[in-house]
Design a protein around this ligand. Structure first.
Ligand code: BTN
Length: 337
């Protein structure tokens, strides 16, 4: 624990009461002047710390920042979030996490930021977010499975994040294949899974999560995206949400490793808004339509085509179609453009 984190834990332990300067000096084993300097440091980070002659110090408030000391306070996970890299601003947390993974960062390493300026989404899209409004983080995982099973990790993440959102806000997001979380049909969270692998082994998987926590209407793509704040009608505590996300991710990652994919698939299917729907899947200039009937062991979407054949799709962008009878028959064929 760093000295400021130690001071914070002492203040927290006594809050809302004062703790004498003398006691703080004793606990931290530093001079009064050093304590004063650390108090100033905490205030600079946004903590409200009151100091009174003869009474000492007390913690009044914590900042709405995703600071490691805040995240780790009462987190209770074994591996996820064991090491936290906090960046006020980042290009992309997934780029930082990937570099750390290559340098040998342990499983569970978390990279988190308040603002992303070159964030990456799936299929070459960008994912940026204004300061302090979203939950933007990437996690280094080292799953002991074959590279072909990596999409299962994304499904583990989708299930875990849906449950975390539900626990913290009471809202129940649906999962749109492959890994978007939706509320009232609008995207609230995206997951980007990137893998560093050799033919038979995974070196690391970086799970990048972009969650629209407290974004306002004007900060979201009109008609297509929403935020937890808009849906819940109140601000969402981002630290609490991140802690719950880490707990759920650890729990479901463990369930997957111990019990295999079956439980994950069942939970994913329960929350799926894609299955049993008429959908169109676009991949590059190919577009294929049919009924989504399931997902397989590799996370591929199984699409029942109008001629009864089943098509397996490992990637693509899903849109929902109204009905088979909506347009001319060709609407349900594979087409280009
Ligand atoms: C998607 O396209 O739906 C996935 C979006 C993933 C965005 C997150 S934000 C944190 C992490 N860093 C990135 O650059 N991307 C992911």
């Amino acid at each position: 624990m760093t000295e400021p984190d130690h001071l914070l834990s002492v203040l927290r332990r006594h809050a809302p009461s004062f703790v004498s300067g003398e006691e703080v000096c004793r606990e931290l084993n530093v001079t009064r002047q050093a304590v004063w300097k650390q108090v100033q440091g905490l205030r600079h980070q946004g903590y409200g710390v009151e100091g009174r002659p003869r009474q000492g110090y007390r913690l009044l408030s914590s900042p709405d920042r995703l600071l490691p000391a805040e995240i780790q306070c009462g987190l209770g996970t074994v591996a996820l979030g064991c090491r936290i890299v906090y960046l006020e601003r980042a290009g992309s947390t997934s780029d930082v996490a990937r570099d750390l993974a290559r340098q040998g960062a342990p499983e569970g390493t978390l990279v988190v930021t308040e603002e992303q300026t070159a964030g990456r989404g799936r299929r070459g899209r960008s994912w940026n977010c204004p300061f302090g409004r979203g939950l933007l983080f990437s996690l280094v995982l080292r799953p002991p499975v074959r590279p072909a099973c990596a999409p299962q990790v994304t499904m583990v993440a989708a299930v875990a994040l849906a449950r975390a959102i539900e626990k913290v806000t009471g809202l129940a997001p649906g999962i749109k294949w492959p890994n978007d979380l939706l509320l009232e049909g609008k995207k609230v969270c995206g997951i980007l899974t990137e893998m560093d692998a050799e033919p038979e082994v995974i070196n690391s998987v970086v799970i990048g999560v972009g969650l629209n926590a407290n974004l306002a209407e004007g900060e979201l793509e009109p008609g297509r995206a929403t935020s937890l704040k808009l849906q819940a009608g109140k601000d969402i505590g981002r630290v609490r949400l991140l802690q719950e996300a880490l707990r759920q991710l650890e729990e479901w990652y463990r369930i997957w490793q111990v019990g295999g994919f079956t439980v994950i698939r069942a939970e994913w299917e329960k929350r799926s808004v894609t299955l049993d729907r008429l959908v169109r899947v676009r991949l590059g200039d190919i577009s294929l339509a049919g009924r989504a009937v399931g997902v397989d062991e590799e996370g591929a979407l199984l699409l029942e085509l109008p001629d009864g054949a089943t098509q397996r799709l490992l990637a693509g962008e899903v849109t929902f179609e109204d009905s088979y009878g909506r347009g001319p028959g060709e609407e349900w064929e594979c087409r280009r453009g």
